[in-house]
Write a protein that binds this ligand. Sequence first.
Ligand code: MG
Length: 309
Amino acid sequence: MDLPQVVSMPTIPDSITIYEVGARDGLQNEKTVVPTEVKAQFVRRLLDAGLQTVELTSFVPPSWIPQLADATELMERLGDLGKGAQRPVLVPNERGLDNALAAGVGAVAVFGSATETFARKNLNRSVDESLRMFAPVVARAQDADLWVRGYVSMCFGDPWEGPVPVEQVVDVCRRLMDLGCDQLSLGDTIGVGTPGHVIALLDALQAKGIGTDRIGVHFHDTYGQALSNTATALGHGVRVVDASTGGLGGCPYAKSATGNLATEDLVWMCRGLGIETGVDLDKLVATSVWMAEQLGRPSPSRVVKALAG
Ligand code: MG
């Protein structure tokens, strides 16, 4: 079968926004360094497959992530395709924002952490210090009419700290929203979350005035939970789902080839549920097969494996 039978279920939306992270979150965790033109071709193919929100790259110091050191060059190659509110790039600080603005971006994302240990490892700062670093970035981005997203990592567990209290996650989320973010992305960075935990966090956020209309979910499939968590979030009002074409990215904090939720797996489930995504699944699978050749390793996506054979 090339497509599932369509059978809807209660409280499921008619359509969702897939927030495609393959070119940034995916590639940043791949060992094989990908040439800039291949990245540009990847983005063009994602757009041609019908994805509308495509995160492009990260304007971080080259020493942090050598894979994404070509951010400015990528933006040049993409031209108008890289512009607008649906082509976000990551910026950690004002220097990154300056470079992103010079490149003509229309949307940015800052990346915070729900835990102190990961804030230190990822940004070399405490949670408080990182939020202080983001404040002028978000303010200036707003002044420049950019759309702003706030990532929150380790929302469902932390490899160094273990369980993460829901209240602790909500506190960081509230502070990012107060800075002026348009949307938050709740990251299950190590993939340990389960559906009841998803509902508990969404309800706790709602109680603090952060509704599901301002939330995206970012699940990892390390323990096979990404789709069940996604279905749960969709049934609870979430309409934005992060995914990585072909499941690119692996998991940097676990010995697993499976990291980001694969966009193809998400599209298959949505198709079956009658949820419109705008994505041409055949084109997307062909893109993943092509990208796997560039990287020299097969896609971990179940749907890619099933359809590409
Ligand atoms: Mg991810």
